[in-house]
Design a protein around this ligand. Structure first.
Ligand code: HEC
Ligand code: HEC
Ligand code: HEC
Ligand code: HEC
Length: 153
């Protein structure tokens, strides 16, 4: 066998192989970008949420197990009972728009004008609705016992 020829052949094959590899990598990058864009478009609605922000000055209470899907499908009619984005005092958030974490706007350490501290916002939202319902009667939504929401520890 002629060493020179097979050497060149090898080189040719190697470069052809390299191009194929580059091509595959490029395609998979495109694919991944498309996937992540897609994920942004259709944000998954969580079923169960463990609310356990580790951003407070002190973390005095246990985490809160929140049945998002029970609330969404059974207890509460509208997403905007809990999700909002205010413009000129009006909630302009609509179902289908991206949902941000409460902590994106509610600072855990300080109140900012109308925007309450994170734990106060949660208590107003969760306990507020439960208390209202209890007043009307006929529901078991917890608002008095801390451990009805906060895990014991
Ligand atoms: C209806 C549900 C509910 C009830 C009842 C409730 N909480 Fe909370 N609480 C929450 C949620 C949700 C948060 C936000 C937790 C987070 O951000 O990690 C929170 C946060 C807190 C925080 C700040 C986070 C931390 O761990 O330090 C404190 C303190 C707290 N609650 C105290 C209480 C006390 C005291 C009671 C009883 C008097 C109580 N809560 C009752 C839902 C509830
Ligand atoms: C009773 C209150 C409540 C209702 C009603 C509700 N949600 Fe939520 N949702 C929450 C809470 C609390 C979170 C957790 C937020 C956090 O982690 O800061 C959440 C989280 C989410 C998230 C994930 C956000 C993220 O980045 O983690 C999506 C998406 C979402 N909700 C969509 C919906 C949709 C769609 C509806 C109506 C069909 C709805 N929610 C109704 C309270 C509610
Ligand atoms: C995009 C920013 C933003 C996000 C995300 C957000 N909030 Fe708010 N929230 C606000 C602003 C701004 C106000 C004050 C509205 C006003 O009164 O002008 C407010 C007001 C509230 C109030 C009324 C408080 C009162 O004074 O009675 C509650 C309760 C509340 N938010 C709870 C939540 C909860 C729970 C979440 C997460 C599920 C959440 N917020 C997510 C911006 C946000
Ligand atoms: C707009 C009203 C509303 C809001 C806001 C709300 N809830 Fe509820 N919640 C209900 C109703 C209705 C029930 C069912 C009561 C019954 O079983 O009779 C319930 C039940 C519960 C229960 C007991 C049953 C179960 O599914 O676990 C927990 C715990 C609870 N909610 C936690 C929360 C927390 C935490 C938040 C705030 C992040 C919250 N809720 C916000 C209406 C609300």
């Amino acid at each position: 066998m002629d060493q020179g020829v097979s050497g060149r052949m090898w080189k040719k094959r190697f470069f052809a192989g390299a191009w194929v590899a580059y091509f595959c990598i490029a395609v998979s990058f495109l694919f991944m970008t498309a996937l992540s864009l897609n994920a942004n478009e259709a944000q998954e609605v969580p079923e169960e949420i463990v609310i356990n922000n580790e951003v407070y000055k002190t973390d005095r209470k246990g985490s809160v197990q929140f049945s998002h899907s029970e609330h969404v499908e059974g207890y509460v009619d509208a997403c905007d009972a809990c999700h909002h984005e205010y413009k000129d005092g009006q909630n302009v958030w609509e179902e289908g728009q991206p949902v941000q974490k409460c902590s994106a706007c509610h600072d855990p350490l300080k109140r900012d004008g109308n925007v309450r501290k994170l734990n106060i916002a949660y208590h107003k939202n969760c306990k507020g609705c439960h208390r209202e319902l209890a007043r009307e009667g006929g529901t078991e939504a917890p608002y008095r016992q801390c451990t009805d929401c906060h895990a014991k520890r």
